[in-house]
Write a protein of this length. Structure first.
Length: 217
């Protein structure tokens, strides 16, 4: 399973990159705003800064919600850097735009997906990635992981090439469960990645090894 980090914070992206396990980055307009990145030029520059830190795909979301606007904006984003993936909302014009970009071999990520039906449409439109939001489903007492399992089952039935990018991951158990189900990618905050490091027996074991080493040296 590929690991993407879900942030626009350059420091955290660098930290995950330095760990050596990062495969890409997802951003969204809320994450950009959280970092204080505003204004079209600054936002575009920020995407390039992110691409210069990581080796993998970087999702950049369109703001337009109409077909022509999404095509214009998506093309502008794709032209920024070869690592950019155009992130499109799961709406009618977003699916049309997805088909347009996939025909042009421009990579896409269909976002704000909350049902298996939406995921089927994204795959049929040729999306590179589909982003089901598991944490937001859990927030409304609906099993987000079950959606990942449903999509995995459907995509495998028809050998769809679209990669399941489990999004809105909130913690380490989401990461582990996504891996068990067979999500292709997960995107989450730095803590969901670094949390995987932790086990008290590792810390106790290491302390004991060092203590014993000191006794003999
Ligand atoms: C996905 O690409 C989104 O940026 C993200 O995962 C949303 O997560 P949230 O529900 O934690 O905001």
């Amino acid at each position: 399973m590929k690991f993407f980090i879900d942030t626009a914070n350059l420091g955290q992206i660098q930290e995950a990159q330095d760990l050596g396990v990062l495969d890409g980055v997802t951003t969204n307009p809320s994450l950009m705003a959280k970092e204080g990145i505003t204004g079209r030029d600054n936002i575009l520059k920020h995407y390039v800064d992110i691409c210069n830190i990581v080796d993998g795909d970087v999702s950049a979301e369109v703001i337009a919600t109409d077909y022509d606007g999404m095509i214009k904006e998506g093309q502008e984003l794709a032209d920024l850097h070869e690592q950019i993936v155009v992130k499109l909302p799961m709406i009618k014009d977003g699916i049309k735009a997805c088909k347009y970009f996939s025909d042009k071999e421009i990579r896409t990520n269909v976002t704000l997906v909350f049902s298996a039906g939406q995921a089927i449409l994204a795959a049929k439109a040729g999306a590179t990635y589909v982003s089901p939001f598991i944490g937001r489903l859990d927030d409304i007492s609906t099993d987000g992981l079950n959606l990942i399992a449903e999509i995995r089952h459907i995509y495998d039935n028809y050998a769809f090439n679209t990669q399941i990018l489990a999004a809105s991951v909130r913690h380490t158990m989401h990461v582990i469960d996504c891996a068990k189900i067979g999500a292709d990618v997960m995107t989450g905050p730095l803590k969901s990645i670094e949390g995987l490091l932790k086990h008290p027996l590792t810390d106790i074991g290491l302390a004991k090894f060092l203590e014993d080493y000191k006794k003999g040296n």
